[in-house]
Each structure stands twice: as structure tokens, then as C-alpha cells.
Design a protein around this ligand. Sequence first.
Ligand code: SF4
Length: 303
Amino acid sequence: MQVIFGPVHSRRFGKSLGVDLSPGRKQCNFDCLYCELDAAKTVDVYDEVVSVETIITALKASLKEHQDIDFITLTANGEPTLYPYLSELVDAINTFKGSIKTLILSNAANIDDAKVQEALLKIDEVKLSLDCATQKCLQKLDRSHAGIEVEHIKAGMLEFKAKYKGILVIEILIVKTLNDTADEIAKLNEYLLKLQPVRIDIGTIDRPPAYKVEPVSYERLLEISHLFDSSLPIYIVSRKKAEMTPSHYNEEQILQTLSQRPLTAEDIEALFDGESQKSFENLLIAEKIKKVTANGVEFYKKA
Ligand code: SF4
């Protein structure tokens, strides 16, 4: 049973060690159609629980072996906030982590639970999923456990955000025909304008899903990103960028594109051909484009 995995290197998190709070099998209150794990019956409590002591011993041993870790990421084969001793575990990690940051990846299904909020408030960065703004979508796409209500999730996130001093990131996974409709996006947009997270990552399926569902193209993700208010810090996370053929944009088109939506260097590489990238550089030198940073991700926008 492997509780610690990694270290994994990423541009944004540097060197990160993962902690799997459900290493034995999938234990989740969702059974998302796009899940990378096998489909499984939903649960609302873990019946297989690893002790805090086991996790801390494994984590300390791993930190001894890898001394330049930037992040400790709490995750699970399933939903980490269902781990019954999450608050105690975070307290224990906080006693020895030093300057290492903590991060949790959660589906947010029980963010309205006071105990879950208490644990998450002690974590440096919290990434919550929000694929749907409506109950119908939540049940169809995330196949939520009985009793989970999207309105409770939304209210819980607002309550948590009002108290939280760390970095709150929202993740939306777009699945073709399920949550890519103009109506669903409009409702997500309306809610996210209230929530004001530090960043919103939108992506699509890029690994074999548990059920027969399809991803959307990178172009469609870009179109969807334009449906959100331009003040929202949307970051498109998609390996599909690499499959795109870059196109030619003149200076006016580049500025027009960047006024609709700030883009990352990766987006620019995927969208603009060589000549357009030179024009982009010239606009940057001429200060018609500026660089901004949202929680470690650099964006370019019209000045
Ligand atoms: S919340 Fe995560 S682990 Fe649970 S079913 Fe959805 S994708 Fe899988």
C-alpha cells in the first residue's frame, strides 16, 4: 500500500510529493463519468482508513530522502476530504513541514461541512472542482452520492472563501455535450463572479475515462473560455494544445484575441505561427501587451 508518491515535477508546483489518503481502493462521493480510476459505487465515509501515524511516518521518510520539496499534495484514490482525520493530519504536517507548502485537491462535495472547512483553512492552497452549476448536471456528470446538492456546494465554497487566507483555485473539467452548453457555462460564470477565486483552471478529458464520454477540442475550450467574464482569471489546462496547428494572426488580431482573454505562453505557442509570435514579441516590446501573474501562472494581456 503506497501512501506517498512522487516527487512529481511541474512548472507550477516545482517538486511535489503526493499523499494518497485512500491508497487501498477508490473511495469517493462522486463517480464522475470522466474519472481516471475505474467506476465505483459512491460512498460518504471511508471504510478503509490509514492511520495518521502511518501517513506521517511515510511522509517524514520520504522528505528525508527528497530534501528540496516545494509542495506536499493531499489527494486520494477518491475524495481526500472524506478522510476522517484530515484536520489532525494537517495539524501534524504543519508541525514539521517548514517552508514547504501544502495543497489539497478536492471535488468540493462536502465543502459545506464545518469540519472539512476547519481542515482546509490550515492548508496553503486549496483546489476545488466545480464542473456544474446545476443539480441536473452534477448528477449526470459527477454522479454524486445521494443527498449532495450543488446549491450546498456553492454556498459552502462562498462561506469557505470568506474565511480562507490561502490560495483558492477552481477547476472545471469540460465534457462534450454534458457541461459545455451555453446555459451551464453562463450559470458557472455568474457564480464564479461572486466567488472570485485566485484562478480558474478549465480542461478536458486527457486520460482514458471510466465511462464512454468524450473530451472537447482545445479550440472549443478556448471558445468556452470566452463565454466567461473577461475579468475572471481563466487558465486553459489542456495537453490538446500540442495537437493544434498554429495560425497566422496580424497585430490587430493578436491584440483583439488578448483583449478577449489573457493567454499563457503555452497558449501563444499553440495558437500563433512563427511570424505571429514575432509580432507578439514586438507588441510586448512596444508595451501594447503586458505580462501579469495569477498564482504562479504567467498570462499575457492587452495593455
Ligand atoms: S471526484 Fe475525482 S476520484 Fe472521485 S469520481 Fe470524480 S474524478 Fe474520480
